[in-house]
Write a protein that binds this ligand. Structure first.
Ligand code: FAD
Ligand code: SF4
Length: 392
């Protein structure tokens, strides 16, 4: 078993989770999974000690099974898990990550694949691009992945190492990429997608959401974007107070990182209610455990420099019938922050209409989750293959 006790299940926990599975014939866990991974099947294989088969079951539809196992939110398979009606859901993602960490011994087998004469370009090596490339290579299509960054993983690289070490992303990548059918071109930003569409038989655009959403407040330039902060947290280490604006899992990662890096106090300002925060229960508990203050129904109005650092002015909101409106005369001036981080979302570049171009992942659907981006990348690849086969 892996030494990394925090990220994977130990032998006793692993066996306990396998034993708790009710082997539901209707497979609700599989139907709830965007990539149709089949926990009932891999748990059964693992129970009988057939770990090769368990690995094959997971990797059949999920090219980033180990990464998913560490960060997949509990709203898919776990929410559907029948065991939650008895006590609590099987920790399916962790079972999956533990199986791949300990029992994956070989890479994807492409030996039976017949290469096709067509070649595809995939832009972006985040989960959607990786999933698309995996389906295309399994179909025999030569696939060039162009990635602007110097490493694969896309937005996953912003997730703190304590939740997702980069080596896990590389391990999943190594599993699918050991074939001449896939070529990765790092540090290659594509400026003209149409030009690529002329050279290739099809293009899958999986460029995520590279632009940070604005707060549109006075003094916004004093606030750091979540992308800059999470890319280089070492540049912004402080033992002062840190404000984080936003209430999703990106904001939670910023808050946790600041707390871990020594901030004396971290406060999250969330526009809606606590129950509206888009974070999992375990993330919420982690915020509480790390003594992160959460101010719900609070919106920023202004940031400014003050004597002891940065001042954030906020107002309070009223919540009624699902609507959030500002409460009048509720402005509060909060001085003394060392950092104000904005983590209120991001957005995609404009899209191009072209027969040969298909969009996938967050740039198509808006901010989602790893498993939804994987599903979207797979679907894009299947759609493209069908199109190419029709015109062959
Ligand atoms: C801080 C943070 C925490 C998160 N936590 C979770 C979590 O706990 N669980 C979860 O399920 N999801 C989480 N997510 C969301 C998840 O990471 C994304 O949904 C997923 O990565 C989207 O995949 P994608 O492939 O569509 O886009 P991305 O991962 O954004 O990948 C897009 C890639 O395209 C590249 N690119 C962009 N433009 C170009 C260009 N012109 N040329 C070449 N390459 C280009 C980018 O460099 C990038 O590598 C988190 C995201 C963030 C930012
Ligand atoms: S829903 Fe839960 S208990 Fe039922 S087979 Fe899936 S993992 Fe096992």
């Amino acid at each position: 078993m892996s030494d990394n006790k925090k990220l994977y299940l130990n032998k006793i926990q692993f066996k306990a989770e396998l034993d708790r599975c009710l082997n539901c014939k209707t497979q609700p866990c599989m139907h709830a999974c965007p990539v149709n991974c089949n926990p009932q099947e891999f748990i059964n294989h693992a129970k009988t000690g057939n770990f090769d088969a368990a690995v094959k079951t997971i990797t059949r539809t999920n090219p980033m099974g180990q990464t998913c196992g560490l960060i997949c939110p509990d709203k898919f398979c776990m929410q559907a898990c029948t065991r939650s009606r008895v006590d609590f859901a099987i920790n399916i993602p962790r079972v999956q990550a533990t199986i791949l960490e300990n029992f994956r011994t070989a890479d994807e087998d492409y030996s039976q694949i017949e290469p096709k004469a067509k070649s595809i370009a995939v832009i972006g090596a985040g989960p959607a691009g990786i999933a698309a490339a995996s389906v295309l290579a399994k179909g025999g299509y030569k696939t060039d992945i162009f990635e602007a960054d110097g490493q694969i993983g896309g937005a996953l690289n912003l997730i703190p190492d304590t939740r997702l070490p980069h080596e896990v992303i590389e391990k999943d990548w190594k599993f699918i990429s050991d074939t001449p059918l896939i070529s990765l071109h790092l540090n290659t930003r594509i400026k003209d997608i149409r030009e690529l569409a002329v050279k290739y038989d099809g293009v899958i655009v999986a460029t995520g959401e590279p632009n940070t959403a604005r707060l549109n407040i006075e003094g916004e330039e004093l606030c750091l974007s979540h992308m800059e902060y999470l890319h280089h947290p070492e540049k912004y280490i402080t033992n002062g107070r840190v404000a984080v604006i936003g209430g999703g899992n990106v904001a939670a990662d910023c808050a946790m990182t600041a707390a871990r890096n020594g901030a004396v106090q971290v406060e999250m300002f969330v526009r809606r209610r606590l129950s509206d925060m888009k974070i999992s229960k375990s993330e919420y508990l982690e915020l509480l455990y790390n003594q992160i203050n959460i101010s719900p129904l609070s919106s920023p109005e202004k940031a400014e420099q003050c004597e002891d650092g940065l001042l954030l002015q906020i107002h309070r909101n009223r919540y009624e019938d699902g609507k959030v409106t500002p409460l009048s005369d509720s402005s509060v001036r909060l001085p003394g922050f060392a950092l104000i981080i904005k983590a209120v979302g991001s957005y995609a570049d404009d899209k191009i209409e072209d027969e040969k171009i298909i969009y996938a992942g967050d740039c198509k659907t808006g901010g989602s989750t790893i498993v939804e981006a994987l599903a979207s990348g797979r679907t894009a690849a299947f759609v493209l293959i069908e199109k190419m086969e029709k015109t062959a």
